[in-house]
Design a protein around this ligand. Structure first.
Ligand SMILES: [Zn+2]
Length: 933
C-alpha cells in the first residue's frame, strides 16, 4: 500500500519478484511485547520488542524482513540461540520495499534455530492501517474517546512490528500488550494473565518510558495472551479500547463476544445471534472444527474496509456489525448477516488454509464470498441469499470483466503496490461465481468432500489454485462427476488464468432440431480480436422441458474456428434458453427467431415458466448486446416491457440496471424526458403496489417484497412518476414537525434514504442543516450512513462545495473512510457532478493527504468520476490532468485505466448508438400507447 517502484538487491529470485523476501531464513514463532499510550497529549507513543525465532534454510550473513513507520534501536538488535552466534554489524531500513536488512559478521549456519531480537519505538497515528488510532464521541458524556485498532491485511503488519510480512511465512505468535488500566485489550487468542510489572523492562525500563508517557507505572497493566496457532502475519490483530462487550449464548464450544462502544452495546444483539449460528453451520458444512477457543467481533469507528477476518478477532466498520431494532432497515440487516458470514468463512478459507501469494487472493475472497451466502441461507432461509448473491456476483462480473483493462482471477503481481488494487470485484465476485459454477457441475456432494480434503491437507499451511484443482480432481475421478476426457484444472484454468468471459452465439436450424454454437471473448470494442476460448458448461432448456436438461460442454477447442453442431430436442415453434440457471458467467446471443420466441413468452402472462435466473440472464444480455449494436434495441425495449408484470426483485433489478446505464449517459441531454416516459410505463404499476405510493412498506418481513418497493419507489421519484416526490416531501415534513425527531422518526425505515434525499433535494439550506443535525445526534451507524448519502442530494452548489471541503479536514462531522463516499455521492448527482469534478481536479493533493494515502478512496472516486463522462472533451480534460498528477494516482493505475475505458464506451454510445436508441424508443412508445401497454 505505501510502497513504490524500484530496488536493486543482489539475490537469486527472478527480477519480477524482487519485492519478495529471500527464503534463506523463515520465522517459526514471534514473542511480541508492545506497550502503548493511548493519549493524544503524548502523541500516542509506543515501545516494542520483537523476539523472532527463525530457522535457517540456507547459510546467510544477512537477514531480511519487513519494518515500516517506526524507529529501530539499532544498537540493541541482536541474534541469540546458538553457541558462538554471529554479531550484528549493520541494520538498514530500505523504504522502497520496507526491507529491514540485518547484516552479520559471519554466516548463520544452515538448518539451525536462532532468535532475532529487535527493539523498536515510535508514535501511532490517525490512520486506517497498521496499528492506528481511531476516535469516537461518547454520546452520553460528549467526550472524545480514543482506541487502538489494527488492520494488517495485506501488507501492513510490518507497520505494527518487524516481521516476515508475506502470507507464506506462517508462525505462532505470543503477545504481551501494555496499556493504561482504563483500557481493555483483546487479541486473536484469549487473555492468559495480567501483570503490573513492565514486561519490556529489559529493553525499555520504566525510567525511560514513564518520562515519555508522563504516567505512573501503577496506572499501567501488561496483558499476556495465549500462544496462537500458526498463521500469516496479516491475521494478527488487537484492539485496546474502553469498549464493552456482550457475550453470545453458548451454542458451540467457541466463546463468542461482540464488542462496541458502550452507547452502542444494545445494537450488538443481532450479531451475537448470527455469529455463533453461522460459525457452527460452517463447522458442519466443512466438517472441520473451528480451532480457537474463542471468537471476538469488534466494531471500529474508523475502518478502511467493511470487515477484516483476523483469526479469533474479526473487526468491522460500525454499520457492518451494529443493528438497531428500530433504526436499521431490512437491507442493513441483510448486509450485516452477509458480512459476518463472509468474515467467518475466512476462518477456514484464508486463515486455516492461506493462499501462497497474493496472486491467488481469489482463493480467499472468492471462497469467502461464495460460502457466505450458504451461511446466510442457513440462518435466514427466506432471504434466498444463495441465488441473490449468485445473480449479483455474475452481474458484477459482466460489468467489470467486459473491459480490456480487467485482470485474470489468478493474477501475477510484479509490484506490491498492485496488491491493494486486486481486492476488487474480480477476486470477490468472479471468484465466487466460478466456485459456484464448479459446485454446480461437480455436484454438491463431490464438491464438499474435496473441500474438506483440501482444508485438512493444507491446514495451518498455504496452497495455490493447482492444489485445489487436484483435490477436486481426486474426488471427481472417484465419483465420475466429469467426463473422462476432461480435468478440473483444464476447465478451470480457462476461467481463472484468462481475463474476460465468452459470448456464446446460438443459431438454430429449425428444420432438423440442431444448433450451431460458437464462442469468442466478449469485449465492448468488437474490432478487438481475441484468441481466447473457454471450457463452457452449457445448461439448455426448451420451452416444453419439464425435467432438468443434461449439461453439455463446449470445450475450449469447440466453437472457435468452426461452429459446434449440436442436436437437441426442442420443437421448432418453441424457444431454447441457454444458461437458464446462470451456471457460468457468459453472454448469449441467438438468431432473431429464437429471441422472438423468448420475447413472446416473456411478454405473456406465462412469463414465469422461464426461471428467475433465466429472466435475469436474458434481460442482462439483451441490454448489453443492444448497447454494443449486436441486437436491435427494438427487441430489447420490447423484451424489457414485460417488467411491468414482474414480481421478483432480481429480474426487476437487472432490467433497471440495464436502463440505469442508459439513464447515466442520457441524463443531461434533451431526450431524457422521453426515456423517463418509457421507464414510467414499466414501473408505475409495481410502484403503486407499495412503498412511497402508499407511504408505507407492505409485507415488511419479506425481503424480496421490501427490496422491490424500495427500488421501484426510488426509480419512480427520479423518473417523475406523479405523486412520488410529493409523497416523499409530505413524509419528510411530517418528520420535521415531530416532537423529538431523533427518537420518533415516523418514516418507515426502509424508505428513509429516498425520503430524506427528496426532502433535501427539494428543500433549502434549512432542510440540509436540519438533516445534518439529525446525523450528528444519532449513534446508529446505519442512520448516520443514509443521512450522509442524502446530504449529497442538495441542489445548492455552495452547500455541496462546503460538504466536499469537510472531506479534507479533521473534523467531527466525518470519519476518514466516509470522505470518499461523500465525494462519490456528490459526483453521481446531477448538480454535484460539476462541483465535484472541479474539486477533484483542483484538490487532488489535499484529497490524497486526507485519505491518509490510502489508495482505496482515490480508486473509488476515480471510477465514479470517469463513469459520468459522455463527451470526448471531458475525457481529454481528464487525460491532461492525469498526466500532471500521475504520481498521486500511481496506486490506482488499474482503476483509472478501467474508468477511462468505461468513459470511452459511454462516449462511443452517445456518438453512434444514441440516435438508434432514440428512434427505437419513439417507435416503441408510439406503437405501445395504442395497445395494452
Ligand atoms: Zn474477505
Amino acid at each position: 500500500m505505501e510502497l513504490s517502484l524500484f530496488l536493486f538487491i543482489v539475490c537469486s529470485v527472478p527480477v519480477s519478484h524482487q519485492y519478495l523476501l529471500p527464503d534463506h531464513v523463515a520465522p517459526s514463532h514471534y514473542q511480541l511485547r508492545l506497550m502503548y499510550d493511548v493519549d493524544p497529549n503524548t502523541n500516542y507513543s509506543f515501545y516494542g520488542v520483537a523476539d523472532i525465532q527463525i530457522s535457517t534454510k540456507k547459510a546467510t550473513s544477512k537477514i531480511i524482513l519487513h519494518a515500516q513507520n517506526y524507529m529501530i534501536s539499532e544498537d540493541k538488535v541482536s541474534v541469540v540461540g546458538q553457541k558462538d552466534v554471529p554479531k550484528v554489524t549493520g541494520v538498514k531500513l530500505n523504504d522502497t520495499y520496507n526491507f529491514l536488512e540485518i547484516t552479520l559478521d559471519k554466516d548463520l549456519e544452515e538448518n539451525k534455530n536462532y532468535t532475532l531480537i529487535i527493539p523498536f519505538y515510535g508514535n501511532l497515528m490517525r490512520e486506517l492501517d497498521g496499528v492506528y488510532i481511531s476516535a469516537y464521541k461518547d454520546k452520553k458524556n460528549g467526550k472524545t474517546e480514543y482506541l487502538i485498532a489494527t488492520q494488517f491485511q495485506p501488507i501492513s503488519a510490518r507497520k505494527g512490528f518487524p516481521c516476515f510480512d508475506e502470507p507464506m511465512f506462517k508462525s505462532t505468535f505470543s503477545l504481551v500488550l501494555g496499556h493504561s488500566k482504563e483500557y481493555t485489550a483483546v487479541s486473536n487468542m484469549p487473555l492468559a494473565t495480567s501483570s503490573l510489572d513492565n514486561a519490556l523492562e529489559d529493553y525499555w525500563p520504566w525510567d525511560v518510558v514513564g518520562k515519555k508517557f508522563r504516567k505512573e507505572l501503577s496506572s499501567f497493566v501488561w496483558d499476556e495472551f495465549d500462544k496462537s496457532v500458526p498463521m500469516s502475519s496479516y491475521l494478527v490483530a488487537f484492539v485496546v479500547s474502553k469498549y464493552s462487550y456482550k457475550s453470545a449464548p453458548n451454542t458451540s464450544n467457541t466463546k463468542f463476544r461482540i464488542w462496541a462502544r458502550s452507547d452502542a452495546i444494545e445494537q450488538t444483539s443481532y450479531a451475537s445471534e448470527v455469529g455463533p449460528a453461522v460459525l457452527s453451520h460452517f463447522e458442519r458444512w466443512f466438517n472441520v472444527s473451528f480451532p480457537l477457543p474463542k471468537q471476538d467481533m469488534v466494531a471500529i469507528p474508523d475502518f478502511v474496509a467493511e470487515g477484516m477476518e483476523n483469526w479469533g478477532l474479526v473487526t468491522y466498520e460500525d454499520a457492518a456489525l451494529l443493528y438497531h431494532d428500530r433504526e436499521s432497515s431490512l437491507s442493513d440487516k441483510e448486509r450485516i448477516a452477509s458480512l459476518i458470514a463472509h468474515e467467518l468463512a475466512h476462518q477456514w478459507f484464508g486463515n486455516l488454509v492461506t493462499m501462497k501469494s497474493w496472486s491467488d487472493l481469489w482463493l480467499n475472497e472468492g471462497f469467502a464470498t461464495f460460502v457466505a451466502s450458504l451461511g446466510v441461507n442457513a440462518i435466514e432461509p427466506s432471504w434466498h441469499a444463495d441465488i441473490n448473491n449468485a445473480v449479483e456476483n455474475t452481474l458484477t462480473v459482466f460489468n467489470l470483466d467486459v473491459l480490456e483493462s480487467s485482470h485474470p482471477v489468478s493474477v501475477p503481481l510484479e509490484d506490491p503496490t498492485a496488491i491493494t488494487e486486486i481486492f476488487d470485484d474480480i477476486s470477490y465476485s468472479k471468484g465466487a461465481t466460478l466456485i459456484r459454477m464448479m459446485e454446480m457441475f461437480l455436484g454438491e456432494e463431490a464438491f464438499r468432500e474435496a473441500l474438506h480434503n483440501y482444508l485438512i491437507k493444507y491446514s495451518y499451511s498455504n496452497a495455490e489454485q493447482d492444489d485445489l484443482w487436484s483435490e477436486l480432481n481426486a474426488v471427481v475421478m472417484n465419483k465420475g462427476a466429469l467426463n473422462n476426457n476432461m480435468t478440473v484444472k483444464q476447465v478451470m484454468d480457462t476461467w481463472t488464468k484468462q481475463t474476460g468471459f465468452p459470448l456464446v452465439t446460438v443459431n438454430r436450424n429449425y428444420s432438423d432440431k440442431s444448433v450451431n454454437i460458437s464462442q469468442k471473448r466478449y469485449v465492448w470494442r468488437q474490432e478487438i480480436l481475441s484468441s481466447q476460448s473457454w471450457w463452457i458448461p452449457l445448461s439448455i432448456k426448451c420451452e416444453s422441458g419439464t425435467e432438468d436438461p443434461k449439461l453439455v460442454w463446449l470445450s475450449n477447442e469447440e466453437g472457435v474456428l468452426d461452429d459446434k453442431h449440436l442436436e437437441h430436442g426442442c420443437d421448432q415453434n418453441e424457444w431454447m434458453l441457454f444458461n437458464y440457471n446462470m451456471m457460468a458467467p457468459f453472454r448469449v446471443n441467438y438468431d432473431e427467431n429464437n429471441w422472438k420466441l423468448l420475447i413472446n413468452t416473456l411478454t405473456s402472462d406465462k412469463y414465469s415458466v422461464i426461471p428467475v435466473e433465466g429472466r435475469v440472464q436474458m434481460l442482462s444480455d439483451a441490454f448489453e448486446l443492444a448497447w454494443n449494436n449486436q441486437l436491435d434495441y427494438g427487441m430489447t425495449l420490447q423484451l424489457a416491457s414485460y417488467l411491468q408484470r414482474e414480481q421478483e426483485y432480481l429480474p426487476l433489478y437487472t432490467g433497471l440496471s440495464g436502463l440505469s446505464k442508459i439513464s447515466n449517459v442520457l441524463k443531461r441531454s434533451a431526450e431524457y424526458g422521453l426515456f423517463q416516459e418509457y421507464v414510467r410505463m414499466l414501473i408505475t404499476r409495481i410502484y403503486q403496489s407499495g412503498g412511497l405510493a402508499v407511504k408505507n412498506i407492505v409485507n415488511g418481513d419479506d425481503l424480496n417484497s421490501v427490496k422491490i418497493q424500495v427500488l421501484s419507489s426510488s426509480w419512480a421519484c427520479s423518473m417523475n412518476v406523479p405523486g412520488c416526490e410529493d409523497n416523499a416531501l409530505e413524509m419528510f415534513q411530517q418528520w420535521m414537525k415531530t416532537q423529538n425527531p431523533d427518537e420518533n422518526n415516523p418514516i418507515p425505515v426502509d424508505l428513509r434514504s429516498i425520503v430524506t434525499c427528496v426532502g433535501i433535494h427539494r428543500g433549502s439550506e434549512f432542510h440540509w442543516s436540519w438533516s445534518l443535525e439529525r446525523r450528528n445526534r444519532s449513534d446508529v451507524a446505519a442512520t448516520r450512513e443514509h443521512l450522509l448519502d442524502s446530504l449529497a442530494c442538495s441542489r445548492d452548489v455552495w452547500i455541496l462545495a462546503k460538504f466536499l471541503e469537510w472531506t479534507l479536514t479533521e473534523n467531527d462531522e466525518l470519519h476518514r473512510q466516509e470522505s470518499s463516499r461523500v465525494i462519490s455521492e456528490v459526483i453521481s448527482s446531477e448538480v454535484g457532478y460539476y462541483v465535484a469534478r472541479d474539486f477533484i481536479y483542483n484538490r487532488i493533493k489535499d484529497i490524497h493527504t486526507a485519505f491518509y494515502d490510502q489508495s482505496e478512496g482515490i480508486t473509488d472516486i476515480m471510477k465514479t468520476l470517469l463513469g459520468q463522462f459522455t463527451t470526448q472533451k471531458e475525457l481529454d480534460e481528464f487525460l491532461s490532468w492525469q498526466k500532471r498528477n500521475d504520481e498521486l494516482l500511481s496506486e490506482s493505475k488499474m482503476a483509472v485505466a478501467q474508468g477511462i475505458e468505461t468513459a470511452r464506451t459511454n462516449i462511443q454510445w452517445v456518438e453512434t448508438m444514441k440516435p438508434i436508441f432514440m428512434d427505437r424508443l419513439k417507435e416503441f412508445i408510439r406503437t405501445s400507447s395504442s395497445t395494452s401497454f
